[in-house]
Design a binder for this molecule. Structure first.
Ligand SMILES: [Zn+2]
Length: 113
């Protein structure tokens, strides 16, 4: 349900930009989302169909690129992606690690016609 608020944010942001550029139709929205940001792109797309009805965003598609969280080694400062992570730093073997949760949510660009 929390996707609704973020969808309104996306809608307003994209509509403002599209209006400023005198775009007649927005075809696709490219999002960049952290793997911990907890939004489902399909739900955002569904909400956009409802919110965008009758606007230049009607029928818009959503494409989401997922950005992985990273793990930081506090001993050797190595940074590695979460899927490489087992239980220790791959470089120095340290267990002194910190997960940096990626909760980014960015509207990367839009495709228009
Ligand atoms: Zn290390």
């Amino acid at each position: 349900m929390h996707e609704l608020a973020v969808t309104e944010y996306v809608f307003n942001l994209v509509k403002k930009q599209a209006d400023a550029a005198s775009v007649s139709r927005v075809e696709k929205i490219h999002l960049l989302m952290g793997d911990q940001c907890d939004y489902v792109p399909e739900i955002i797309e569904e909400y956009l169909q409802v919110i965008g009805e009758g606007s230049i965003l009607e029928g818009v598609k959503v494409d989401a690129q997922i950005k992985e969280s990273t793990v930081h080694c506090l001993d050797c400062q190595n940074v590695f992606s979460r899927h490489e992570f087992k239980d220790h730093c791959p470089k120095c073997g340290s267990l002194n690690l910190k997960l940096k949760r990626c909760t980014d949510f960015i509207v990367k660009n839009i495709e228009v016609s």
